[in-house]
Each structure stands twice: as C-alpha cells, then as structure tokens.
Design a protein around this ligand. Structure first.
Ligand code: AMP
Length: 308
C-alpha cells in the first residue's frame, strides 16, 4: 500500500441550497479528500493550515479516520479559511458568495518527514504555489501526482497554476473549469489541450452527469449514480478526488485500466457526499454501504449487446 499526501484547504463553509442553509460548518478540500480516502485504509497525511478559531474536535475527526494531521499548521492568532456558496435550483451550478483566505494568505506548507517519500500526492484545491511547494519537498518523485483546482485560482494565479499543472500526472477539474482553462467548449478538445500542458491523464468532472477520464486517444465515461436526494453538492469534487487517489494508493497500479476503477470509486463516494449537508454523510460511512452502492453502479452501467 502506498502512502498518500493530501494538500488542500481545511475550512469553514457556509452553504445555501434550495433545501436549506448552514452557518459555519466544517469544510475544505483536504477535509473532504481525507475523509473520502480514509475508506481505503491508506496511510495518509493532510497538509494544510487553520486558525486558532478552528475547533479541536474537527481535527480529531480527521485523526479518528486515520488521517495524519501533523502537517496541519495551527496559526493561533489567525482565522481559518472561510468559503460561502449558494447553489442554483439545478444544484449543478453555484455562486461563490465569500472567499476569505485568512491564514492561507501566508501559508508555507510543511510535509511531515515520514511522508516525504509518499508514492501518491493529491494536490487538492489551494494556491498553486502551495501545491508546487509540497511537490518540491518530496524526496523522491511521486509515482503519481494528481492536481485538482478551481476557477478562483485561474482568475488570480493563472501563471503559477499552469507551472504546477506541467509537473503532475493527472488533473481533475470540472467541465466549466476545463473550458475556462483552455478556452475550448468541446471537452475532448479541452482535454487534448490540457494533455499538451503536461498531465498524461485528465479527469473532467461533470457533477450529476458523471466524469470523463482521458488518456491519449482513450476516453472512459462513468455516470453519476442517479439519486433521490441531493441536499448539498459541496465537496463532491474533492470526495471524488479522495476516492480516486485513495483507491490508486491502495492498489499501487497507476495504469489507465486501473484508473477507470478509481473513477468508479470516486463517483461512488461522491454520491454519498451530496446526500447530507457538509461532511456529515462522509463521517461515518461504512464499507458495507460502499459495497452496496458499487453494486448498484455495476448494474446501472452493465449491459450485453451483440455486435453484428
Ligand atoms: P467542491 O464542492 O468539491 O468544489 O469543494 C468545495 C470545498 O472547496 C469547500 O469545502 C470549500 O471550503 C473549498 N474551497 C472553496 N473555494 C476554495 C478555494 N478558492 N481554494 C481552496 N478551497 C476552496
């Protein structure tokens, strides 16, 4: 089993969906990735920063799911990153209402020594210079470096983002962001352009419409599981990334064939995340629940057809 280093925000989120509204609750890319990857029992560590206002019980929550938190710096007199978003009625698109970087503004990531040789690095959503800073600290080139990002960083740090994208093997990005990054409407063309920047594998997430995996001229598509109840899509993309990277770290097989399975695991875990507000559904997920849903996934997508 490989070690997994996870980078990303650990945050307070305030969310509004057509079904309700929350005050400041636990959120952040690294939080969702860590909770999701923990389902594979991999040896993982989160690298992030929080302020003195961040409750210990949230850190305990990650630790209790076996995510090492030595790389989460606590800035006692600082405030935790805060994000607030409001979903449209279709739940597939949202507006960011507030992004307060706070302690993230002057964050220098430190990878714990015992994770500097990790085989898999999941660079979750955070400033691209922080993502690059983590890559630079790895004593050996990771077998797989995966990067996730969002429009916010394209808007304010595009050059830094393009530089770090060059150095990773896989990028996971949503459809709108792939279009923004490349200026191409067709996702096939967008994926090709992203390949040209560097990553050999491109995963384009399409929310409730599933995910596409591109490698050279190969494309694999996994739908999202149709769900009766979608309360809050926040963190679905990160949960996908956690499932994807966690599965690959566990199996240590970084081939395109195995990445197809990683996409299925990512989609399966994301399908749980959206069922409740924030991280609630991800906190106590069981193997049994995951297996049942994987089974549903299989019957949703399997068919026999005779080609004549
Ligand atoms: P997702 O819904 O998967 O795109 O991720 C939502 C999570 O990303 C929330 O929990 C936020 O705290 C976090 N987030 C929002 N904006 C940013 C940003 N600019 N950088 C890093 N993380 C962010």
């Amino acid at each position: 089993m490989s070690k997994l280093v996870i980078v990303g925000t650990v945050a307070f989120d305030a969310i509004e969906t057509p079904f309700g509204k929350t005050d400041k609750i636990l959120g952040g890319a690294a939080t969702y990735i860590g909770l999701s990857a923990s389902n594979f029992n991999v040896d993982s560590a989160a690298v992030s920063v929080v302020g003195g206002d961040f409750p210990q019980k949230y850190l305990d929550l990650l630790e209790n799911r076996n995510v090492n938190i030595d790389g989460i710096e606590i800035v006692k007199d600082g405030k935790t990153f805060f994000w607030s978003g409001k979903y449209h009625n279709d739940m597939n698109s949202r507006d960011t209402l507030v992004t307060e970087l706070n302690v993230l503004e002057h964050f220098n990531p430190i990878v714990p020594d015992s994770y500097k040789d990790a085989e898999v690095v999941m660079l979750g959503n955070l400033h691209p210079l922080v993502q690059q800073g983590v890559l630079n600290q790895m004593t050996e080139k990771p077998k797989l470096a995966i990067l996730d990002t969002m429009n916010f960083w394209m808007d304010i740090a595009l050059e830094d983002l393009l530089s770090v994208i060059k150095n990773v093997d896989v990028i996971t990005i949503n459809d709108e962001e792939a279009r923004q990054l490349t200026g191409e409407y067709s996702l096939l063309v967008a994926a090709r352009k992203i390949h040209e920047i560097g990553p050999k594998y491109v995963v384009i997430k399409k929310g409730e419409h599933g995910a596409l995996l591109f490698h050279d001229d190969n494309v694999f598509y996994a739908p999202a599981l149709p769900l009766e109840e979608v309360f809050d899509p926040t963190g679905a993309g990160d949960t996908f990334a956690g499932g994807f990277s966690g599965y690959l770290a566990k199996t240590e097989d970084y081939s395109f064939e195995n990445m197809k399975k990683a996409v299925i695991y990512g989609s399966t875990l994301a399908s749980f995340c959206v069922e409740k507000f924030g991280t609630e559904r991800m906190q106590n997920l069981t193997d049994k629940e995951i297996h049942k849903r994987l089974d549903q996934f299989k019957s949703l997508t399997q068919f026999d057809i005779e080609l004549t």
